[in-house]
Ligand binder design. Structure first.
Ligand code: PMP
Length: 423
């Protein structure tokens, strides 16, 4: 028995499924999850001492790899001064200023502790500000696990084939309209029918929880146009894309400005720190300025905020994005070559440095396409790479996350392992 197997057996008797977040359990790919012992830049070392190139990078939270010195130092220095106060701190103002400066759609921002909190709060704010109840989301997009947002979701909900979730009331599900991603016609029809009842449209501006599915030209613009015309709030969920696709997020890259933006992952430097922000007039509906309630004991936690500032500081100073895109290009080109040489039908969905592999003949433009891919082949591919020293996300619905520490050697190792995958 390996140490990971021992730990997993014990975990399963104490924690449902043995994990604190479902996809970690390897349900989609089978086998025993590796337990992380430590990380070093591009590498993760498991409980049995096996060192692998890590393409999970805490599900996209780490842009600078594991245990980046500047981030660790900022967090430990902050912790030494006190780990939580429940009073405002100067560092929160600094982090807020950086976010406002980076994102065109954000005039004011509030810090929270998880992406789920950010999206849940943004939806409440949109409903409170508009006095409307219905929201529109897209099939295969994942926005965390708040009731209103679980319908036909991506990520673990897709991985485990769960259409919604027991425990979500019928009322909550009824207020959520789900439409196919990239389907402008469906958006038009819905707004023509229900426009004045829609509080918000929430979307991943690059879908990254059904594999990476970029927005087709005109899709985000159509959402912007329809929301403006109907007085609905457009929410870009940039929990993955924010500070990863570029410093200005997907909203800068595609030139479409949302009313509200949700953030998480990279902006927390690997700590529980997330945010939602947007137009000043909307944000002023929040308590204590306005009546829409939202709060958190650990919101703006000083350790997490210090790590977040350090991460954003690195991102601004080093501008890692062109190099990340070059790394992604090299990897994608090499993978395409390897699959072609071995007669394996595969498509790589990408936007900037964000990408993922789907084993299918057809390009993927929506959730139906993502589901039609050969997920059993992905499971075999996953285990082939794991044995070859590469840790991929344990589901074909997830993004492959790059960090600045993935260099030529790491790329070569991934391509070497992929090259011997026979199908
Ligand atoms: N939105 C998106 C786009 C996400 O990818 C995720 C998580 N992967 C969330 C929201 C939820 O964030 P968290 O897991 O921090 O609650």
């Amino acid at each position: 028995m390996t140490r990971s197997e021992e730990l997993f057996a014990r975990a399963r008797s104490l924690i449902p499924g043995g994990v604190d977040s479902p996809v970690r359990a390897f349900g989609a790919v089978g086998g025993t999850p590796w337990f992380a012992e430590r990380g070093e830049g591009a590498f993760v070392i498991d409980a049995d001492g096996v060192r692998r190139v890590d393409l999970v990078q805490s599900w996209g939270a780490l842009l600078f790899g594991h245990a980046r010195e500047e981030i660790v130092r900022a967090a430990t220095d902050a912790a030494a001064r006190g780990t939580s106060f429940g009073a405002p701190t100067e560092a929160e103002v600094e982090l807020a200023a950086r976010i406002v400066e980076a994102l065109p759609g954000v005039d004011m921002v509030r810090l929270v502790s998880s992406g789920t909190e950010a999206t849940m709060s943004a939806i409440r704010l949109a409903r409170g500000a508009t006095g409307r109840e219905r929201i529109v989301k897209f099939e295969g997009c994942y926005h965390g696990h708040a009731d209103a947002l679980l319908a036909r979701a991506g990520s673990g909900v897709a991985t485990f084939g769960i259409p919604g979730s027991p425990g979500v009331t019928e009322g909550a599900a009824r207020d959520t309209i789900t439409l196919p991603y990239n389907d402008v016609e469906a958006v038009r029809t819905t707004f023509d029918r229900d426009g004045d009842a829609i509080a918000a449209v929430i979307v991943e501006p690059v879908a990254a929880n059904m594999g990476v599915v970029p927005p087709e030209p005109g899709f985000l613009d159509a959402l912007r146009e329809r929301c403006t015309a109907a007085g609905a709030v457009l929410v870009f969920d940039e929990v993955i894309t924010g500070f990863r696709i570029g410093y200005g997020g997907a909203q800068s890259r595609f030139g479409v400005t949302p009313d509200l933006t949700t953030l998480g992952k990279v902006m927390g430097g690997g700590f529980p720190c997330a945010a939602f922000g947007g137009r000043r007039d909307l944000m002023q509906h929040l308590a204590p300025d306005g009546p829409v309630y939202q709060a958190g004991t650990l919101s703006g936690n000083p350790v997490a905020v210090a790590a977040g500032i350090a991460a954003l500081d690195l991102a601004e100073r080093l501008d890692p994005y062109p190099a990340l895109e070059r790394t992604a290009e090299t990897l994608m080109e090499g993978l395409r070559g390897a699959f072609a040489a071995n007669g394996i039908a595969a498509r790589i969905g990408c936007a900037g440095s964000l990408f993922s592999v789907s084993f299918t003949e057809e390009p993927v433009r929506d959730f139906a396409g993502a589901r039609a891919a050969d997920h059993e082949r992905y499971a075999r591919f996953f285990h082939h790479l794991l044995a070859g020293g590469v840790a991929l996300p344990p589901s074909g619905y997830e993004l492959w996350s790059l960090c600045t520490e993935h260099g030529d050697d790491e790329v070569a190792r991934v391509l070497d392992a992929a090259g011997s995958f026979a199908g």
